[in-house]
Unconditional design. Structure first.
Length: 861
């Protein structure tokens, strides 16, 4: 019994692979032949489609060009030679449409108008123009203009298009269809010399502007001419395919028949007796026949299937020889990979391996445990799925750049865990090279550094907070120092400004005690007292107004006012001061000035008096001019604007930003030379802002003058009927009515003069008034008496107004208690309302305001 031969596994696999390889090679050869045949057919059809598409696209571009040109010409009543030339140059006819011989304007001329037409064309710059060939017909269609005017196109001028049947047929079809129309194959009039080519023309009819062209008859009646483009056929097709040669040969024939006479163009110049495919192509109302054949280089190489089969057999033999070595290598590689996997899985870091192109194909188990993903999700560039969206682009760009340089790299970025938590990792990667130092793989690790990052971020945050706090403290210290300086200067200035009228008042009051004064002297002294008292009141009122603005308690009365009338009143009031200094003082209201707006007339007048008064004060020579005009605020609201221009001392550049601050007046020398508190501009700007506008400096130059701009918005939505109670008070004074008749009022004030003044104001209006001089007595009187209202000062002996009012409220006292005090600051008002005062009025006492407030809270209207 013979020995049985048993193949080892590697030999068996090699034999099977050889047999299978030969079989597959033969089958593959057959398939290659079939596929190549099919592929070549598909390519042929695609190339034929492309040729047809490119021809159609080029023709459509000619149609669009003619339509655009017609639009231009129809807009002209008379088309001159110069206009036609300029239009052709503007559209770059020669550069954009290389295969087009030119653009022709063809005019319809009736027989009776022929001589007139020729004379007209000659008068427009073409002195030797004539129509040719000469023949008799009812209508003529000569070429009037053609661009560009080169030696070829000059031959076509005056050519009568109806004289040739093919051209005439195309023109008539274009006329009747109103569409771009192609002619059949013709010899262009321009052709001369040795390079004569067949050609064709495209026409587009031009109708009278606005004419009805919806029927054939109407179109014939409305026709005025045509636009035409002559095309050299060979140039046309060569330009279409100059950038990309098709992989098929094609021939284009005019019409439906394939004849030598109808041939327009042959791509390779070699006519075929038979054609693989023939197509009809209709373009602009004309039919062409396109015959296609494959180029020799595009045909199938007949030996390719045999070569594929032979090559497959050789490869199969090589594969069977290689399989044994490959299988051994595979087993060795598998064992090495298992060892690497065991080593990588024992690491605390996330690890990965990528190919030389950066596509990651392996991760250790710790990566999957942390991210909750699989290799299928992470392969290649799938790692982006667990990267933070804000960092993906940065990381991708960095990694790609690092792989191009083939150097070790490291980078920090966050990765999302399977529980959705983001943690920071430090990634390090090194290239693995073969014996020729060519990179075959990249090995990388990701180390969790979240704790270190958070510690570093907290340290940076606290450092930034400390730096910010230090900066704020330094800024606050600087602001406090500046505020202290400003307030010190302000107090010194206020002391001077208040003492000036106060000194005059005390002095002249003392003079009034002299019994020997005449009535004239007494009257003069009283005038001085009144004038200085008013000046003092202005200073105090400015301070009070600023306090109200700062506290947000400034009340405005929005009514219909005339901006021009307000300005004229200000001019009338200040004209004397301007005249004293021989200044030109003018007011001009422009036509754009609104006649009426809704605003607070008193506050507007206060702003204008302040600014115009300043202009007069700081101007020694020249003029002060006021101009009003309509304008709009930044949000589009209608407004009135005033420009107050002077030729005064101007404002130094270093002081421009400070002039609108409280307590500031240019510099100290301004106060010494011109006086003033430094509150006027700050108050004016605040009032303007409260009225939806602003005060700004539009122009200033030291020694030349300044222009201030006042803007006040029209605010009809805030319109009121005015202060009704104030009006009632004024009316009562005129009629002698007593608004407070029957009211029992308690006055609590430690100043006898104030008691007397208030008593006079209230009793004149019919009130019954009782007075006490400290808070304790006021408290007792209010508790025990039957008063309708209490007027109580704040700063008094024994018990101040705060305490007295608070005790009254704690004991259930519900009657109105009005604070009447010299304290005008916003914090004082707030405190008085908090302890129980019903309202807060400031001294000096405004009689109408006092009476209207009492009327409001006692409902005595």
């Amino acid at each position: 019994m013979g020995k049985r031969i048993q193949l080892k596994k590697p030999h068996y696999a090699a034999l099977v692979s050889l047999i299978a390889g030969i079989f597959i090679s033969v089958v593959t050869g057959i398939c290659v032949y079939w596929l190549e045949t099919r592929e070549e057919s598909i390519r042929f059809e695609a190339q034929a489609d492309q040729v047809q598409s490119r021809i159609r696209a080029r023709m459509e571009s000619f149609e669009n060009f003619l339509i655009q040109a017609r639009g231009f010409l129809q807009s002209k009543k008379v088309i001159t030679r110069e206009e036609f030339h300029k239009y052709s140059a503007d559209i770059q006819l020669s550069e954009r449409y290389v295969s087009v011989q030119g653009l022709a304007y063809i005019t319809q001329v009736h027989k009776q108008d022929l001589a007139k037409y020729v004379q007209q064309v000659r008068s427009l710059g073409n002195s030797d123009y004539k129509i040719w060939p000469e023949q008799t017909q009812t209508e003529y269609y000569p070429i009037t203009y053609i661009e560009p005017v080169d030696w070829r196109n000059k031959r076509a001028l005056g050519f009568e298009m109806f004289s040739e049947p093919i051209r005439r047929m195309a023109l008539e079809k274009a006329r009747d269809t109103a569409l771009p129309t192609l002619s059949g194959k013709v010899k262009l009039v321009q052709e001369a010399g040795e390079e004569i080519q067949p050609g064709f023309l495209m026409f587009l009819p031009i109708y009278k502007e606005g004419a009805n062209a919806d029927t054939v008859d109407n179109r014939r009646l409305a026709l005025t001419g045509f636009l035409g483009i002559p095309v050299r056929a060979h140039d046309f097709f060569k330009i279409i395919f100059k950038d990309q040669n098709p992989l098929v040969d094609f021939e284009v024939y005019d019409g439906s028949q394939i004849t030598t006479d109808s041939l327009l163009y042959d791509f390779d110049g070699k006519p075929y007796a038979t054609h693989r495919e023939i197509r009809k192509l209709e373009l602009a109302g004309h039919v062409y026949t396109v015959a296609f054949n494959p180029l020799s280089e595009a045909t199938i190489f007949p030996r390719l299937p045999a070569l594929v089969t032979l090559f497959g057999i050789i490869i199969s033999a090589l594969i069977s020889w290689i399989i044994r070595a490959v299988r051994r290598r595979a087993e060795e590689s598998k064992r090495a990979e298992q060892k690497l996997t065991q080593l990588a899985d024992s690491m605390t870091q996330l690890a990965w391996i990528a190919g030389p192109d950066g596509n990651i194909f392996w991760y250790n188990q710790r990566w999957y445990d942390y991210t909750g993903t699989s290799l299928r999700e992470m392969e290649g560039w799938g790692w982006k799925k667990v990267h933070h969206p804000d960092h993906v682009e940065r990381v991708t760009n960095f990694v790609q750049e690092a792989w191009r340089h083939a150097e070790p790299w490291e980078l920090t970025f966050p990765l999302r865990g399977k529980n959705g938590e983001w943690r920071w990792f430090l990634t390090r990667a090194v290239p693995l090279t073969d014996s020729s130092r060519k990179i075959v793989q990249w090995f990388g690790t990701n180390t969790d550094i979240t704790t270190e990052i958070k510690t570093q971020q907290e340290l940076l945050r606290r450092t930034a907070e400390l730096e910010s706090l230090q900066s704020e403290l330094l800024k606050a210290a600087e602001q406090a120092n500046e505020a202290s300086k400003l307030k010190s200067a302000f107090l010194a200035n206020m002391s001077h400004e208040i003492r000036t009228p106060l000194g005059a008042m005390i002095g002249f009051a003392d003079l009034l005690r002299d019994p020997g004064l005449t009535q004239t002297e007494k009257a003069n002294y009283v005038d001085v007292l009144t004038r200085n008292g008013e000046n003092l009141a202005v200073i105090i009122n400015d301070i009070l107004d600023l306090s109200k603005v700062e506290a947000g308690h400034l009340s405005l009365e929005f009514t219909d006012i005339s901006p021009s009338q307000i300005a004229e009143e200000v001019v009338s009031l200040l004209r004397v001061k301007a005249k004293e200094k021989d200044l030109i003082f003018e007011y001009n209201a422009e036509d754009s000035s609104p006649e009426m707006i809704v605003a607070d007339s008193g506050r507007l007048k206060q702003i204008l008096i302040n600014l115009v008064g300043n202009a007069i004060k700081f101007t020694q020579f020249g003029s002060v001019k006021i101009r009003s005009y309509g304008c709009h605020t930044e949000n589009g609201r209608k407004a009135i604007c005033y420009d107050i221009s002077d030729t005064g001392i101007g404002i130094p550049a270093s002081q421009i930003e400070k002039v609108f601050l409280m307590f500031v007046q240019g510099d100290g020398s301004m106060t010494r030379r011109f006086g003033g508190t430094g509150l006027g501009l700050a108050l004016s700007k605040s009032l303007a802002i409260e009225m939806g506008g602003d005060v700004s400096i539009t122009k200033t130059q030291e020694g030349v003058g300044t222009t201030f701009k006042v803007m006040i918005a029209d605010q009809p939505d805030k319109k009121t009927d005015g202060n009704k109670i104030e009006k009632i008070v004024r009316k009562s004074e005129l009629l002698g009515d007593q608004l407070l008749k029957g009211l029992h009022i308690l006055v609590v004030d430690d100043a006898p003069d104030n008691q007397q003044l208030i008593w006079r104001y209230l009793t004149k209006q019919g009130a019954i008034v009782e007075s006490v001089d400290n808070g304790l007595l006021g408290y007792r009187a209010a508790i025990t008496g039957d008063f309708d209202l209490v007027l109580m000062d704040i700063q008094m002996p024994l018990m101040d107004g705060y305490t007295a009012t608070q005790k009254l409220r704690e004991n259930g006292y519900l009657k109105p208690i009005i604070a009447l005090t010299a304290h005008a600051m916003s914090e004082v008002r707030k405190k008085s309302l908090n302890v129980g005062y019903t309202d807060h009025l400031t001294k000096p006492i405004n009689r109408n305001e006092l009476i209207s407030t009492i009327v409001r809270y006692t409902k005595k209207t």
